[in-house]
Structures are given as structure tokens and as C-alpha cells.
Design a protein around this ligand. Structure first.
Ligand code: PNS
Length: 159
């Protein structure tokens, strides 16, 4: 059984992320969507809120687990007996950061395979950061994020 960890900030989850979850499930038996708590950028949503939005968007699926994690990703993956880390690649601009992370992670933990999947072309320009920015100015992010996320963004920026 192949267990893959799909880590990220997911602040908030977008259709780009969900596209990767769906496609990841075609390859891996079990997918652990791991919401990072220790991120450098101050998050818009708490880890619990981010997890709840993902859960609502993916529904109940015994092959998907949604968790939060702190500390090193490779340590978490090892603890969960995962052999794969799944990451999405959009444009070339993602490459530099992913390249550095991959090599650092490999240095820390040699037994892990880091697998990249290209986000479908409909979503290759979508990022959580852009979604937050557009939503903060009252722009419509429908079609880029699930409806529950859209509502939560609206509420958060109305506060
Ligand atoms: O969605 P993001 O912000 O691109 O995800 C980045 C994430 C959470 C995958 C990365 O920052 C991470 O792995 N953080 C956990 C701490 C860690 O292991 N850092 C070393 C990475 S080489």
C-alpha cells in the first residue's frame, strides 16, 4: 500500500489543490493532506479552519486523511509510514522553490520519493495567495475555490 503525504499551507484550499488530491488518489492508495502549522507567513485561517474547509470540500473518503503537522515534513512523513511526498507544480516560477525543497528533504530523509504532478491547465494560475488578495478587495473568487471557501473568505474579510 502506497501512502503519500500531500503537504501545504492550504490557506485556503483552492480547486488547484483539490485537482491534485483527485489525481493523487488515482496513483496512491492513501493520501494524507497535511496542513502545515509552522508557516512563516501569518495565515489568514487557523489550521483548524483550513482543515475543516478541506474536509468539507473533499467529503468523506476513507482514502483521504486530513491532518495538521508541525516540525519537519520528512519527520512527519516517516512517522506516518509514507513513502511519497506529493507536490503540485504550476508554472516555472514554482520550480526554483520546489527544487530547493526537494533536495533539502532528500538530504534529510533519503527513503522518501518526492513526486510532482502538474496542476491541470484550468488552474495553473491559481494560488492561495492570489485568491486571498482578490477576496480581500471584494473580488469574486468563484470558480477558483469551493463554495464553502468562498463564503469563508467573504466572512473573514467582512470582519
Ligand atoms: O503550500 P506551501 O506554502 O507551498 O507549502 C510549503 C510546505 C508547508 C510544504 C513547506 O514549507 C514545509 O514542508 N514545511 C514544513 C517544515 C519543513 O519541513 N521545512 C523544510 C522544507 S525543505
Amino acid at each position: 500500500m502506497t501512502i503519500a503525504v500531500y503537504p501545504g499551507s492550504f490557506d485556503p484550499v483552492t480547486f488547484g489543490h483539490l485537482n491534485l488530491v483527485e489525481r493523487g488518489l488515482r496513483i496512491f492508495d492513501q493520501l494524507i493532506v497535511a496542513v502545515a502549522i509552522n508557516i512563516k507567513k501569518p495565515p489568514l485561517f487557523t489550521p483548524e479552519e483550513r482543515m475543516a474547509m478541506i474536509r468539507e470540500a473533499v467529503g468523506d473518503n476513507p482514502r483521504i486523511e486530513i491532518v495538521t503537522f508541525t516540525g519537519l515534513l520528512v519527520d512527519y512523513a516517516q512517522k506516518r509510514n509514507a513513502s511519497v511526498i506529493l507536490r503540485g507544480l504550476r508554472a516555472v516560477s514554482d520550480f526554483e522553490f520546489e527544487f530547493q525543497m526537494t533536495h533539502m528533504n532528500r538530504r534529510l530523509q533519503t527513503g522518501l520519493e518526492i513526486v510532482f504532478m502538474m496542476t491541470d491547465e484550468e488552474y495553473f494560475f491559481v494560488s492561495s495567495q492570489l485568491v486571498r488578495e482578490v477576496a480581500s478587495f471584494g473580488g469574486d473568487v468563484g470558480g477558483l475555490v469551493p463554495e464553502n471557501v468562498r463564503q469563508n473568505l467573504r466572512k473573514r474579510f467582512a470582519e
